[in-house]
Design a protein around this ligand. Structure first.
Ligand code: HQG
Length: 181
């Protein structure tokens, strides 16, 4: 699989496993799982050449480990990033003292006024390291990196979750907990 092909298929899988399963008539269960055979058949019907081998390659090699197969290998889901309603079932976890969020300057006025809000996704996404946050911010332009006082938030009772691929998730980050504002 070429890098370009892998990226194209990864984007397709993100689309149907996080945002719009209905574009290929796919059904996700309440926890976000889809049947692998069904996903492949429906993709093929829409002209997306996806095989079991390609799907397994993407699950294994994906740069951010976005997708996960269940123990049987018959079901697949995205580990985070959904906009469709799913209950991923991650247990609350104690975050490190500081987490990072990559954004861009044009959002900073709104962020100062209302903190980090989750937008169309289920959670605000935070990274354990600055480098990852820089990549996240760079998707939108010159990245601005915010340091989040996650430990202090947790001690105040805000819940944190860590996805299977290491992304930290929380419902919102009030402006008071953004250290770098
Ligand atoms: C910003 C990708 C205005 C926020 C990435 C961000 C990540 C506000 C954008 C994952 C705001 C939301 C998530 C407020 C936050 N006012 N703007 N109050 N609060 N924002 O895409 O964190 O490649 O939903 O800073 O790498 O950028 O898809 O979140 O710029 O891990 O796997 O609103 O998605 O992963 O954008 O990215 P997003 P995100 P994947």
């Amino acid at each position: 699989l070429s890098a370009a092909e892998e990226k194209r298929l990864s984007k397709f899988m993100s689309l149907v496993l996080r945002h719009q399963p209905e574009t290929i008539g796919l059904t996700l269960d309440a926890s976000g799982w889809a049947d692998v055979d069904d996903l492949i058949r429906r993709a093929n019907r829409k002209g997306v050449a996806l095989t079991h081998d390609m799907l397994r390659y993407i699950v294994t090699h994906n740069d951010k480990q976005r997708f996960r197969l269940d123990e049987t290998g018959q079901r697949i889901r995205a580990s985070q990033g959904h906009s469709v309603p799913v209950e991923l079932g991650y247990a609350p976890a104690t975050p490190p003292e500081f987490l990072y969020h990559g954004t861009v300057a044009k959002f900073m006025n709104a962020i100062q006024a209302e903190g980090l809000q989750r937008g169309s996704r289920h959670h605000v996404h935070l990274s354990a390291d600055r480098t990852t946050a820089e990549h996240v911010g760079a998707r939108r332009g010159q990245p601005v990196i915010l340091t989040i006082r996650a430990g202090a938030m947790a001690r105040e009772g805000y819940a944190f979750y860590r996805s299977d691929n290491g992304v930290w998730l929380t419902d919102e980050v009030p402006a008071a907990f953004i250290a770098s504002l």
